[in-house]
Design a protein around this ligand. Structure first.
Ligand SMILES: Cc1cc2nc3c(=O)[nH]c(=O)nc-3n(C[C@H](O)[C@H](O)[C@H](O)COP(=O)(O)O)c2cc1C
Ligand code: SF4
Length: 437
């Protein structure tokens, strides 16, 4: 069994891992103590760079590099922890804030010290009421023990943490829309550059990092770079939480070394029930292009080479009974509903793709619909397979086209069958008829 790192305390103390009593008895904030007493901020940035830690929020950007983009001598700086987690089938950050909020807070304070930020905002998805409650309690408990707030552990470093709850828009997980939302505006992406590290919250240098990225920091500081690098692959070191769901017997969060084969993950999650065959997998959130190879190595680099992506680590397994059209519609409909409407390719493109898929699902598909949808995808994503090459203002528009295009390329015949037979050959019911937009 692989070593548990960010979920170690949760696995060991499933009843009360989130309480201050348990967390402090289990050594919480010792990584922070080491950071504050044995390292300068610059040393910490170098350590995190050397660890190869890549952000766990989706893009897999190297965390230490991101920190080093903050301009010297520009203050104040802010750290914003992204706990929006609205990607369908991703539920790892929620487990961390609910069951080990002290680990998230400890990691956030290490990051804040490294970039010399005295204010941290944790942007928490509005629906996460238990997570927000436990985070706030943990901040109060850590402050009462001098592990947060003024002069932390007598080190002279002051840092305040505020939990801010969002109002439930997927786009507010995109880091610049998140900053607009935090400032009190409607959450819509900002033009980049300038990037948040240079001009972010309140026009000040800001690092935005994911919850799991924060939770990875205390173990790295406590156990060292070599230990972290002893897990995972050269370019994707360490373990990662995977939210495995769909047609597996034991769906849930699994912390596994990066680079494991997809087939092994399916086995760890209990295998596909009923002896049914594997059909396809969405390996990294709804945005990710689908893959059909159970031998696929699950690392940032291997999935990029396979023209897909690891994303947030949400692995959805679909067996042979899955209707590709239905699944494509569920995903496209999500992106259309969550499109913020700021730019035309995404606002119009997701709407038209949804309309075509809906008529296909309703038995009113037209000959040529598959080619029509492929053309719309190509217009949204002119350079095949190149990430961030799309015509939309942010990655949400690209994401819709990435996922749908892969479904059309892999299962074009199944889509055509829907059109030809005027219904779903798998007998899927018309669940979308009359449902709200
Ligand atoms: C539409 C959209 C939604 C996103 N949602 C989230 C989210 O819920 N949580 C998250 O950490 N990152 C999300 N991201 C990625 C963030 O923009 C950002 O890259 C990330 O928070 C950086 O943290 P990391 O470097 O630690 O991965 C989203 C990006 C897009 C385009
Ligand atoms: S791509 Fe979509 S979500 Fe992003 S700015 Fe454009 S309309 Fe908004």
């Amino acid at each position: 069994m692989a070593e548990l790192v960010v979920t170690r305390r949760i696995a060991r103390y499933p009843e009360d891992s989130y309480t201050a009593e348990r967390a402090f008895a289990d050594g919480a904030y010792e990584g922070l103590r080491t950071a504050l007493t044995q390292h300068t901020p610059a040393e910490l940035i170098d350590m995190v760079k050397a660890s190869g830690l890549r952000g766990r929020g989706g893009a897999g950007f190297p965390t230490g590099n991101k920190w080093s983009f903050v301009p010297k001598d520009l203050y104040p700086r802010y750290l914003v922890v992204n706990s929006d987690e609205a990607e369908p089938c991703t539920f790892k950050d929620r487990e961390l804030i609910e069951w080990d909020p002290h680990l998230v807070i400890e990691g956030s304070l290490i990051a804040a010290y490294a970039i010399q930020a005295h204010h941290v905002y944790i942007y928490c998805r509005g629906e996460f009421s238990r997570g927000a409650r436990r985070l706030n309690q943990a901040i109060a408990d850590a402050t009462a023990r001098n592990c947060c707030g003024p002069d932390i552990m007598g080190s002279g470093f002051d840092c305040e943490i505020v939990v801010h709850r969002g109002a439930g828009a997927y786009i507010c997980g995109e880091e610049t829309a998140l900053l607009d939302s935090l400032e009190g505006f409607r959450g819509q992406p900002r033009l980049r550059p300038p990037f948040p590290a240079v001009k972010g919250l309140y026009a000040s240098p800001t690092v935005v990092n994911n919850v799991e990225t924060m939770a990875s920091l205390p173990p790295i500081v406590s156990n060292g770079v070599d230990w972290w690098r002893s897990m995972g692959t050269e370019q994707s070191p360490g373990p990662k939480m995977f939210s495995i769901s769909g047609h597996v017997a034991k769906p849930g969060n699994y912390e596994l070394p990066l680079g494991m084969k997809l087939g092994e993950m399916v086995e760890i999650a209990g295998g596909i029930p009923g002896g049914r065959e594997f059909k396809v997998c969405s390996p990294g959130g709804a945005s990710s292009p689908w893959i059909t190879n159970l031998d696929q190595e699950m690392s940032f680099e291997a999935l990029a080479a396979a023209k897909s992506m690891l994303g947030s680590g949400s692995v959805v397994i679909m067996d042979e009974t899955t209707c590709a059209v239905r699944m494509a519609l569920v995903i496209t409909r999500f992106f259309n509903v969550e499109s913020c409407g700021k730019c035309t390719p995404c606002r119009e493109g997701t709407w038209w793709l949804r309309k075509v898929l809906e008529r296909m699902e309703e038995g009113e598909g037209r000959p040529g619909d598959v080619d029509l949808m492929l053309r719309v995808c190509e217009q949204m994503l002119p350079e095949v397979g190149a990430p961030a090459s799309g015509r939309s203002f942010c990655v949400l528009g690209d994401s819709c086209a990435w996922a749908l295009r892969s479904a059309l390329q892999l299962f074009g015949d199944e889509f055509r069958e829907h059109v030809g037979s005027g219904s779903c050959p798998r007998g899927a019911s018309k669940i979308f008829a009359g449902s709200p937009a």
